[in-house]
Design a protein around this ligand. Structure first.
Ligand SMILES: Nc1ncnc2c1ncn2[C@@H]1O[C@H](COP(=O)(O)OP(=O)(O)OP(=O)(O)O)[C@@H](O)[C@H]1O
Ligand SMILES: [Mg+2]
Length: 361
């Protein structure tokens, strides 16, 4: 496997900047998720790495070797596409064998590589079927099998699970991370599903509009987001944002509620954006009250939408707790769990995962 470096990569399509200068270092054996909304440049990044698209500027290194001007086949990267791109007229066996047949590998080597990949992916019983006779999850494994037999320097995966139903997706998510860990594979995994990125990746690169906003381990992204956009993108239900003001005592007032805060001193009267994650808000008998706008039951818990003045936020509460729409309910938030952002730039001023002593910004 291999380390991958993207150095100041840009991509223009006509007059449109699809990628701002992007620098990213993926370590050998690392599983990195590229996470971001539709159109932010995830596929473009993979295509450039794979050599299917040339960067407008910048260099690509694989294990220190500059491959920017080297054709795709010689980069030895295996790409798995969202659509799987299987050959319908070839059996599963031949689909998996294809890259080795192109290389004119000896028959015995091909057979043993296919058998090994099929066993690993548990698709041995389907080797003589055609792709149309397979479920989505099975097809997805065939596409992976085809990538595996190449023994690539790294795997590039573009939303490989997005065609699967929710249950299969969850199952494959776990299987894929297990598989890549056991192979010790370097992988770049594109997804717009934050839960996939959070659960599978060693590090997540969060993208928006052609720019990388943050590159960090999942928990850092979650508890110490670089800015409001990153914070908004991870977490389900998502973080809610309230317009707030710093009080004379250093607490945060938002929507008529006062939240005691624990952060480096901010000037009294300063405007801040307060971010609340639903799981950080709890019901409290003697807390300030908010009106219950909506209660949604999810079986294991309920999501309660609350209104305080102009502000709305959500709370996660146990399923057996009776909370009625239209009533008022006391709430509290552990001061350590407040997120604060600069209203103009969106930059993070305070977050649970940031040491408050370092927050002298
Ligand atoms: N060949 C092209 N010509 C012009 N614009 C392009 C081309 N390919 C991509 N783009 C634009 O570049 C931007 C990034 O596209 P890209 O396919 O990388 O997005 P993405 O993050 O993979 O999105 P999605 O999650 O929808 O797959 C988009 O705005 C897209 O319209
Ligand atoms: Mg894409």
């Amino acid at each position: 496997m291999a380390a991958i470096t993207l150095s100041a990569i840009t991509k223009r399509f006509g007059s449109f900047d699809a990628l701002q200068p992007l620098s990213l270092e993926v370590q050998d054996r690392e599983f990195v998720a590229l996470l971001g909304p539709s159109g932010c440049g995830k596929t473009t990044t993979l295509n450039i790495l794979a050599g299917l698209e040339a960067p407008t500027s910048g260099r690509i290194l694989i294990d220190g070797r500059d491959v920017t001007d080297i054709p795709p086949m010689q980069r030895n990267l295996a790409m798995v596409f969202q659509s799987y791109a299987l050959y319908p007229h070839l059996s599963v066996r031949r689909n998996i064998a294809f890259p080795l047949e192109v290389r004119r590998a000896p028959r015995a080597e091909i057979d043993s590589a296919v058998a090994r990949a099929a066993e690993l992916l548990e698709i041995t019983p389907y080797l003589d079927r055609y792709p149309r006779a397979l479920s989505g999850g099975q097809r997805q494994r065939v596409a992976l099998g085809r990538a595996l037999v190449r023994k690539p320097a790294a795997f590039l995966l573009d939303e490989p699970l997005s065609n699967l139903d929710a249950v299969l997706r969850l199952q494959m998510r776990a299987e894929l991370s297990g598989l890549f860990r056991s192979l010790g594979a370097t992988a770049l995994y594109v997804t717009h599903d934050q839960a996939e990125a959070m659960t599978m990746a060693d590090r997540i690169a969060v993208f928006a509009a052609g720019r990388m906003l943050q590159f960090a381990p999942p928990l850092t992204i979650y508890r110490a987001p670089a800015d409001r956009a990153v914070a908004a993108f991870v977490g389900a239900p998502p973080m809610m944002f309230l317009d707030g003001i710093v009080t004379d005592g250093g607490a945060i007032q938002a929507g008529g509620l006062t939240f005691p805060a624990r952060h480096a001193p901010l000037a009294p009267g300063a405007a801040v954006t307060l971010g609340l994650r639903p799981e950080d808000v709890s019901p409290a008998r003697d807390g300030p009250t908010a009106e219950v706008v909506l209660v949604e039951h999810y079986g294991g818990n309920q999501v309660v939408t609350l209104r305080a003045g102009p502000a709305r936020f959500c709370m996660l509460s146990p399923p057996d707790m009776r909370i009625e729409q239209g009533h008022r309910i006391g709430v509290s938030v552990d001061p350590r769990n407040l997120y604060l952002f600069a209203p103009d730039t969106g930059r993070t001023l305070a977050a649970p995962g940031l040491d408050p002593r370092n927050e002298t910004r």
